[in-house]
Design a protein around this ligand. Structure first.
Ligand SMILES: NC(=O)c1ccc[n+]([C@@H]2O[C@H](COP(=O)([O-])OP(=O)(O)OC[C@H]3O[C@@H](n4cnc5c(N)ncnc54)[C@H](OP(=O)(O)O)[C@@H]3O)[C@@H](O)[C@H]2O)c1
Length: 299
């Protein structure tokens, strides 16, 4: 099958989203061309061993990117989180412009579920709707995906898991949607497989819905000991601009607007629940956090 297909150019393939997309596309029989900054890095070598074609390059070299797009069927575009809003917009728009000029058949841009009609005031969120708007005006078939909160973002010692509690943004009965990074790859592969169905669409993607209370239950179950759930205190949210804005986005902003998981399953029948993810793909990271706690208590 691969011999008959032109490749899909994947950005960020040594990272979470791009890595999952490269993996899912290779499994689906697509040739994958990955632009990597360091061809000798362990993640690059693993990508090549999995079957991807590696091209050394960076966002700084748009001519090199253009050359790689000329013979590509599609492009998966994702930008790293450490860019300023202006840089993210500049590079995201430039990649989309090159895809349109090169005549690629399908551009898939990974935006964020926080994108909506109103800016959030958080720079790393607000670049994305600006790139989306630019893409919609280009003469290229494009699909914009808006992944919900990554499951691995929840395994963070800052939320207190190692101390037997989990303090987060949700009220106990309030729900939010999560996505496993591996599922982003599977959604992208399904989208590249059906350009007619998905071209021109903007799709929020999610794997599961959980409440605050359920987070405590799931963490307790997997840890094998109680982890009590509570919402961050109102004075903490009021006194910290970034935390307050994140809470507001979950309370009544774009992250409060949920997708229908039955519809998600029609695109990616393998979406994983947070409970199943934590017990498998997320287990190692979770055990590390719990392990840190054991190490610090015995010190
Ligand atoms: N929804 C959520 O909960 C959530 C959570 C986290 C992030 N995000 C979003 O996800 C996006 C980041 O995706 P990710 O988490 O998959 O990123 P990631 O794991 O940090 O990977 C970033 C990728 O970009 C590559 N890269 C960095 N600078 C580059 C450059 N100058 N030229 C070419 N490639 C470069 C990195 O290559 P190297 O291997 O060479 O460094 C790596 O492959 C951001 O937009 C962020 O806002 C969303």
């Amino acid at each position: 099958m691969k011999e008959n297909k032109r490749p899909i150019l994947v950005f960020g393939a040594t990272g979470r989203q791009g890595g999952a997309v490269a993996d899912a596309l290779l499994k689906a029989g697509w040739p994958v061309r990955a632009i990597v900054r360091d061809i000798s890095a362990a993640k690059s070598i693993a990508l090549r061993q999995a079957g991807a074609e590696l091209v050394q390059g960076s966002f700084a070299d748009l001519d090199a990117i253009r050359a790689q797009m000329d013979s590509a069927h599609g492009v998966f575009s994702v930008l790293p989180a450490n860019l300023s809003e202006a840089e993210e917009v500049r590079i995201g728009c430039a990649i989309a412009d090159l895809a349109a000029e090169s005549g690629v058949a399908h551009l898939v841009y990974s935006s964020g579920a926080s994108s909506g009609d109103t800016p959030t005031g958080i720079a790393r969120f607000d670049a994305k709707p600006r790139i989306e708007a630019h893409i919609r005006n280009l003469p290229v078939t494009a699909t914009i995906i808006r992944p919900m909160i990554f499951m691995d973002m929840l395994i963070n010692p800052a939320f207190g898991i190692s101390e037997g509690r989990y303090t987060f943004f949700l009220r106990p009965d309030q729900s939010m949607q999560l996505i496993a990074v591996e599922d982003i790859g599977k959604f992208a592969a399904a989208i590249f497989a059906d350009r007619i169905r998905f071209g021109g669409r903007t799709i929020k993607i999610a794997s599961d819905t959980v409440t605050g209370r359920e987070l405590g239950e799931i963490f307790s179950e997997v840890a094998g000991r109680p982890i009590a759930y509570s919402r961050l205190a109102d004075d903490v949210l009021a006194g910290n601009g970034d935390l307050g804005q994140l809470a507001a986005i979950l309370d009544n902003g774009p992250l409060a607007d949920h997708v229908d998981l039955a519809e998600m399953r029609k695109i990616n029948p393998e979406i994983i629940s947070f409970r199943a993810w934590l017990a498998t793909q997320g287990r190692q990271a979770f055990d590390t956090v719990i392990g840190d706690d054991r190490a610090s208590r015995s010190a």
